[in-house]
Design a protein around this ligand. Structure first.
Ligand code: F6R
Length: 240
């Protein structure tokens, strides 16, 4: 595991983006796993900028989002369909038809089809991840089975409160989601985990230095052989 600490979030973003760019440069049809949320925004901005500067051909790149709210209208501005389009597909210049987001219908069939689509694409080369304050990965909340696959899940009160900032009120945040499982995430060939801010410090320390436990889903990344943490100094503040 490589842990890199940055004072500057733009520099963090460039470092993390280089891992994505390297995968695409090596293999034009690379499969990139995409997270939503605030943490990867500097990565996405740097990816867009570096790809443009270097004239990278991204027409064959595939993308798979980690998760989506259950029951949300895909056209809702805060659906992950919309967020992935706005923050990744458009600025980076990916081909929209090659980027998938789990279906908000969140049925068993949709979950199985998502797993099959990832497998058919050859698996994820680089999975971009943020961490929840409670150590979640994707919407795999504490207690999620370490071998879980894409499925419908309930969100914890903490995650609903954290995500309320994107909605008019906490009551508007969907209470369920569809998420890639921890087993799905661990199948990716590389994990790039981004964490920014003091609020993530305890989760980052538990994930990197604590025991591997379903109580801290991100701790499972300790068992991955190719994982890079790109974190800022505040998020690193509880590391020993
Ligand atoms: C996003 C996701 C979540 C976030 C996590 C951190 O697709 O699955 O696990 O990565 O909640 O969110 P931010 O980055 O907004 O702090």
């Amino acid at each position: 595991m490589e842990v890199r600490v940055f004072d500057d979030v733009d520099e963090l973003g460039r470092f993390a983006a280089e891992h994505v760019i390297a995968a695409i440069s090596a293999q034009p049809d690379a499969v990139i796993g995409l997270a939503t949320g605030s943490s990867p925004l500097s990565l996405y901005a740097a990816w867009a900028e570096l790809a443009r500067e270097r004239g990278l051909d991204q027409s064959a790149v595939r993308g798979f989002a980690l998760d989506e709210y259950a029951g949300i209208d895909p056209e809702h501005p805060e659906s992950y369909h919309s967020v992935i389009t706005k923050t990744v597909v458009e600025p980076v210049g990916l081909e929209p038809s090659r980027v998938a987001v789990p279906s908000a219908e969140a049925t068993e069939e949709a979950a199985a089809a998502y797993e099959e689509a990832i497998t058919a694409a050859g698996g994820v080369d680089v999975q971009i991840l943020g961490i929840g304050r409670n150590g979640h990965l994707g919407f795999n909340e504490p207690g999620s089975p370490l071998d879980s696959r894409t499925r419908r899940v309930s969100l914890t009160a903490e995650t609903i409160a954290d995500n309320a900032r994107f909605f008019d009120s906490a009551a508007d945040v969907p209470t369920e989601a569809i998420t890639q499982g921890l087993g799905t995430i661990m199948d990716a060939r590389k994990l790039v985990i981004v964490a920014v801010g003091e609020a993530k410090a305890a989760a980052v320390a538990a994930a990197i230095e604590g025991p591997v436990t379903p109580d801290v889903p991100a701790s499972l990344a300790q068992h991955h052989e190719n994982v890079v943490y790109a974190i800022d100094r505040a998020a690193a503040s509880q590391l020993s």
